[in-house]
Design a protein around this ligand. Structure first.
Ligand code: NAP
Length: 246
């Protein structure tokens, strides 16, 4: 159980982040529901957690912005007095073939998915070092592990997150802080909802379990990595992908 712990989940207004926020709150953590543009959705998550008897508050912050992240993490520590769990889940896609991909689309995806995690870890780890404990979980992807045509920017950001995870795990291990990544396959959220039916069918054909996963199945993996029981696991990538990568 996570009673007495404070958790930040970035990109928790929708999809996988929302499921993780609700799961950590159900286990007793006070949860910071971060969002960028979807304030109404974030408020819904906050309300859902409170109605279930949990503790939550919403914080707007564009994780791609270094200065905003600094203030965000400082404000959270001031409000809650501690920071125990950081889930870097916020992510975007801007898919396209490499030869046609604009520099802007490449940069935006890297800035949000990869630099966003650097920004939050940069400031959250300072507090965790003081506490001599912490759990950091970065949301990678099967695309970052195996590559995916049409996702050069996204795959690079998600592969980069794995390197960031391993470097941070080595730096922070001696202070009782674990850093792990989760690599989901195809999960039913707004992000995959926009895929053309043909692409969805072709994707399912590559999944040994024969179906897309649910956000709650990724949330279960995140809750495990955030738990006391996972204290001897660091620098790892947990695949939640129906068997796509073995
Ligand atoms: P989603 O439904 O599109 O939700 C994305 C979330 O990220 C939203 O809450 C959004 O907040 C937030 N976000 C986006 N840009 C942000 C920014 N600059 N600052 C703060 N928050 C930001 O996506 P999802 O499918 O749940 O994906 C969640 C994570 O899992 C992502 O990192 C994604 O790459 C990864 N993943 C997803 C799948 C999949 O199949 N769905 C597979 C592998 C990995 P606002 O709405 O407030 O902007």
């Amino acid at each position: 159980m996570l009673n007495g712990k404070t958790a930040i989940v970035t990109g928790a207004s929708r999809g996988i982040g929302r499921a993780i926020a609700c799961k950590l709150a159900a286990q007793g953590a006070a949860v910071v529901v971060n969002y960028n543009g979807s304030e109404d959705k974030a408020k819904e998550v906050e309300q859902e957690i409170r109605q279930a008897g949990g503790t939550a508050s919403i914080y707007q912050c564009n994780v791609a912005d270094y200065a905003q992240c600094k203030k965000f993490i400082q404000d959270v520590i001031q409000e809650y007095g501690c920071l125990d769990i950081l889930v870097n889940n916020a992510g975007i896609t801007k898919d396209g073939l490499l030869m046609k991909m604009s520099e802007e689309d490449f940069d935006q995806v890297i800035d949000t998915n990869l630099k966003g995690a650097f920004h939050t870890i940069r400031f959250a780890s300072r507090q965790m070092l003081k506490q001599r404990s912490g759990r950091i979980i970065n949301m990678s992807s099967v695309s970052g592990v195996a590559g995916n045509a049409g996702q050069a920017n996204y795959a690079a950001s998600k592969a980069g997150l794995i390197g960031l995870t391993k470097a941070a795990a080595r730096e922070l291990a001696s202070r009782g802080i674990t850093v792990n990544a989760i690599a989901p396959g195809f999960i039913e959220t707004d992000m995959t909802d926009v895929l053309p039916e043909k692409v969805k069918e072709a994707s399912v054909a590559q999944i040994p379990l024969g179906r897309f996963g649910k956000p709650e199945q990724v949330a279960a993996a995140a809750a495990f990595l955030a738990s006391e029981e996972a204290g001897y696991i660091t620098g790892q990538v947990l695949h939640v992908d129906g068997g796509m990568v073995m």
